[in-house]
Design a protein. Sequence first.
Length: 219
Amino acid sequence: MEIINSNQTYTEMVNEMRKLLADTMHRMYEHGFVVAAEGNISVRLLNNQVLITPSGLDKATVSPEDMVRIDLDGNVIEGNHKPSSELHMHLAAYKLRPDVNAVVHGHPPFSTGFAAAHISLPSSILPEVTALLGDIPVVEYGTPSCEELAKKVEPYLPSYDCFLLENHGVLTLGKNLQHAFHRLEILENSAKVTLIARLLGGEKLLPQAEVEKLRKKSQ
Ligand SMILES: [Zn+2]
């Protein structure tokens, strides 16, 4: 679960998560990682319930009360709105990865540019990318908001934490919401750095021994 404190009631914990989701969605909007009603984030709650952002609402102004509580089959338990239309992708991550407690999906322009060009990002370009993101697969295109997209992502979920979604955007997983959000921030920054390095003649990757050292350190 995301945060649990023995003195907290379940309702208090859910309310805390509602606020955290709204604050993180606003950060996504402010950073330009999403525009309009795009993007969706979620956290795993107790009893394998999930709190997810609503479908179709302006992500600059989405409020804690707008969040929707669902079960792992996507049934709404509590909420005044429809859950995100990308819920299948989120639920697939929670079902296949017990270590994952938060999922973030957005369309940040630099990494989405690589996804649109079907060009992968090198994970050994910067130490933090090597250590915190690992390899980043390019997932074959699936129609957004359909189960088809979740089916395309599923084979990659057991082995990776960050994904480029062809002609669409990016997806990151984490042990908590901050972890998943930071991965998306680092992913977007690495796409910027990769693009600039290529304008300057091409990136020089970290040596394999350094990659192994960084990965060992981050385990
Ligand atoms: Zn999307």
